[in-house]
Design a protein around this ligand. Structure first.
Ligand code: DI6
Ligand code: FE
Length: 402
């Protein structure tokens, strides 16, 4: 599959549709709706009365149109897989035990270091295609399995290359502070010296954001703060894996640094949530990791609602804790496991996922001026997208008007 991006766009309308615009607070439903795009940008969203006359149009037969879906937290690029470790876990070993025994993230590091950039792209394409088949039009992809300057840059280049192989927007995030590579022999401060002194300057032209894993088996809040400072000195946005396994209050720290998002958050406290609310930091919830790790501690959703924290949902696609390539399944799990409403779940993979990537002006809603990224569904009730399990009702996916 190849796509030409250089074709001069005709204006095009999608008519006779039920629109879920995601503007304002709810789903922003418009019946008998029309979306019109010129040169890949939305120029009209609204009812058929008042829509501009255009040469080309598609009759959507009453189908639901949402913004193209956004998977705002993935580790889509990685060498190998860890089915063997999962089998060990089923035999009773814990994630931390496997990580301390040299498995876990470090085993994926080895496979990623052995892979060429082309190998990494090739192995990620089927995972990307699974997401694209569900209407995903924007994806964030993290580095973090190279853990040397060259291998981290290789991952970021592979992420960017994926965005050329397929018609999808890729936002690459540098996650050098994901795990301590064994050659540092436990000296995590020395590794953070490398991350801030060498990796971030080298990664800055390739990445749009910087992330870190703030955790007992990852890096301390003080180390993450050094990563944030270096990222911001290079003009990069920051985000953080925080409160996944324990409460180190990385989410509050991230918020104080104006982070786009704090992600996971099962162990976040009321104070963490308040700090996120004050900063406008998006809570990215990852029900696939919660499910796959058989977590029992729920993220503090009531506090997030009370304080008005934006909630996003993502796959966290990674070989260790969330081998998930279905964002539709995350809608269902966000509802069944976390108790999100249909509105919350659907906003979590559109407007709020865009906010988690700093792309609110570009994607995530059906609004004039935004990229014309659409998912056209063989359903009329938006609840159907959250309700079904293992069923993909995508009718058509439109990226930049094509
Ligand atoms: N949290 C996660 O769930 C993944 N990374 C992280 O920081 C796990 C990554 C892995 O086990 O490979
Ligand atoms: Fe993650």
């Amino acid at each position: 599959m190849t796509h030409s991006r250089d074709v001069v766009q005709m204006e095009h309308s999608w008519t006779n549709a039920r629109l879920a615009t995601m503007t304002d607070a709810g789903l922003g439903l418009i019946d008998d709706g029309v979306v019109t795009a010129v040169d890949g940008r939305i120029v009209y969203v609204g009812q058929a009365d008042g829509a501009p006359m255009v040469a080309q149009s598609s009759d959507c037969g009453g189908r639901l149109i949402t913004p193209g879906l956004i998977d705002c937290h993935t580790h889509l690029i990685h060498g190998g897989n860890r089915a063997n470790e999962w089998a060990m876990r089923l035999d009773g070993a814990s994630y931390e035990e496997i990580a301390r025994a040299g498995g876990g993230i470090v085993s994926t590091m080895r496979a990623t270091r052995e892979a060429s950039e082309a190998d990494l792209v090739d192995s990620a394409v089927p995972r990307l295609d699974a997401l694209i088949a569900e209407g995903v039009t924007t994806i964030e992809i993290k580095s973090g399995y190279g853990l040397s300057t060259d291998d981290e840059l290789k991952m970021l280049r592979a992420a960017r290359a994926l965005g050329k192989h397929r018609n999808i927007r890729v936002e690459p995030t540098f996650l050098g502070a994901h795990a301590l590579p064994p050659e540092y022999k436990g000296d995590s401060d020395a590794y953070i010296d490398l991350v801030v002194g060498e990796m971030i300057p080298a990664a800055a032209p390739l990445a749009t954001a910087v992330d870190a894993f703030c955790e007992g088996i990852g890096f301390s809040p003080a180390q993450c703060e050094r990563v944030f400072a270096a990222a911001q000195a290079h003009g990069l946005k920051v985000k953080l894996h925080a409160e996944q396994l324990s409460a180190l209050h990385g989410s509050a720290l991230a918020a104080r640094h104006g982070a786009l998002s704090a992600d996971h958050l099962e162990h976040a406290t009321d104070d963490d949530v308040r700090a996120m609310a004050a900063a406008g930091t998006v809570a990215v919830l990852l029900p696939g990791a919660y499910y796959f790790m058989r977590e029992t501690k729920l993220p503090p959703i009531a506090a997030m609602r009370r304080d008005g924290v934006k909630i996003a949902l993502a796959t966290d696609c990674n070989p260790g804790t969330s081998p998930v390539t279905s964002l539709l399944l995350m809608l269902n799990m966000g509802a069944t496991l976390f108790g999100l409403t249909v509105v919350e779940a659907l906003r979590g993979v559109t407007v709020n996922a865009a906010a988690a990537l700093g792309l609110s002006d570009e994607v995530g809603t059906l609004a004039v001026g935004k990229a014309c990224d659409l998912a056209i569904w063989d359903v009329t009730d938006p609840a159907e997208l959250v309700y079904r399990i293992g069923f993909n009702p995508l009718h058509q996916r439109i990226k930049d008007g094509q």
